[in-house]
Ligand binder design. Structure first.
Ligand code: NAP
Length: 241
């Protein structure tokens, strides 16, 4: 049983890799550049008694993604990736008035176009095998919109809409497609945010842990969650619903 986690080297993605390993999956860890972190995640996956593989490619690059996934498939005849957690993401915050075109574009290609780049090469085999679980890592920003994040909100909002559309396309093939929308989660991505100030706005008075998000992803990726599809599940300590 194979699962692919784009952005699996660090943060939420790493915790998801470990969770899927605990569930018995052989985990394919995608990442962009941080070899040391990816190796560490692989060791954590193996410590759960299953195996894993590093798949380094830029999910914002359609050709690179297709090439890497086709190469994996060619090397694993008869196998298929049944769980996909589209988690890779970046943010480049700025008020729109100051935002450079490249910062808008990079965030869209990495957080949204990556959904197409990675899901498209895999969806056909899920359909053929009549089973699949896709979980897309959205954000509170994609539901509510956050100032300073027009790019990120647009990308995550688009991802949520794509989740709902694809869910309806593949439901009868026993493939579920859901999104998870975290609030503030303690990872490298929130470095530089003023946690002491922000947590005052969160009813639970704390940032979330990557493992808490991973537990939710694990449930959505499980067989037990088979009748949940096209949903966006908030995980934000009560910040917004
Ligand atoms: P993170 O700690 O910054 O980790 C980002 C991961 O994405 C890393 O594994 C990174 O690989 C990978 N990545 C970035 N660009 C990539 C690319 N072009 N191709 C392949 N991999 C790429 O982030 P995080 O906080 O865990 O966030 C994970 C997801 O949750 C993101 O989609 C983020 O938008 C979403 N999210 C996070 C929060 C939060 O508060 N943390 C809240 C809501 C939503 P390298 O290690 O190689 O750089």
């Amino acid at each position: 049983m194979y699962a692919l986690v784009p952005g699996g080297s660090r943060g939420i993605g790493r915790a998801v890799c470990v969770k899927l390993a605990k569930m018995g999956y052989n985990v394919l860890i995608n990442y962009m550049s941080n070899d040391a972190a990816a190796e560490e995640t692989l060791a954590m996956v193996r410590a759960e008694g299953t195996d894993g593989e590093l798949l380094k490619f830029d999910v914002s690059d359609a050709e690179a993604s297709k090439h890497a996934l086709e190469a994996w498939q060619a090397a694993h005849e008869g196998e298929y990736i049944e769980v996909l957690v589209n988690n890779a993401g970046i943010r480049k915050d700025n008020l729109l008035v100051f935002m450079e075109p490249d910062d808008f574009q990079r965030v869209l290609t990495t957080n949204l176009f990556s959904f197409y780049n990675v899901t498209h090469p895999l969806i056909e085999s899920m359909i053929r095998h009549k089973y699949g679980r896709i979980v897309n890592m959205a954000s509170l920003s994609g539901l509510k919109g956050l100032p300073g994040q027009c790019n990120y909100s647009a990308a995550k909002g688009g991802l949520i809409a794509a989740t709902k559309a694809l869910a309806q396309e593949v439901a009868r093939k026993n493939i579920t497609v859901n999104a998870v929308a975290p609030g503030f989660v303690k990872t490298d991505m929130v470095e530089g945010l003023d946690e002491a100030e922000l947590k005052g706005q969160i009813p639970m008075r704390r940032f979330g842990e990557a493992e808490e998000v991973a537990n939710l992803v694990g449930f959505l990726a499980s067989k037990e969650a088979g009748y949940i599809t096209g949903e966006v599940i908030n995980i934000n300590g009560g910040l917004y619903s």
